[in-house]
Design a binder for this molecule. Structure first.
Ligand SMILES: [Zn+2]
Ligand SMILES: [Zn+2]
Length: 63
């Protein structure tokens, strides 16, 4: 048995579309657990649950 490590990939921030905003620290991308899924609460429209990035399982600043 091998433990699967969570793999994160860069996805374009849904809030700014890659331009850079406060929610993605101005980078335009966020680290999302792969395979990347849109936030189940908002479907990519951005909400409090996805930290306004539009993605599910975003690697947070609190890790
Ligand atoms: Zn952004
Ligand atoms: Zn959301």
């Amino acid at each position: 048995m091998t433990e699967e490590e969570t793999v994160y990939g860069e996805e374009v921030c849904c809030h700014c579309g890659g331009l850079g905003c406060r929610y993605c620290d101005g980078k335009g991308t966020v680290l999302v657990a792969q395979p990347a899924k849109k936030c189940r609460h908002c479907g990519g429209e951005c909400c409090i649950y996805c930290g306004y990035t539009g993605w599910e399982s975003v690697k947070g600043k609190y890790d």
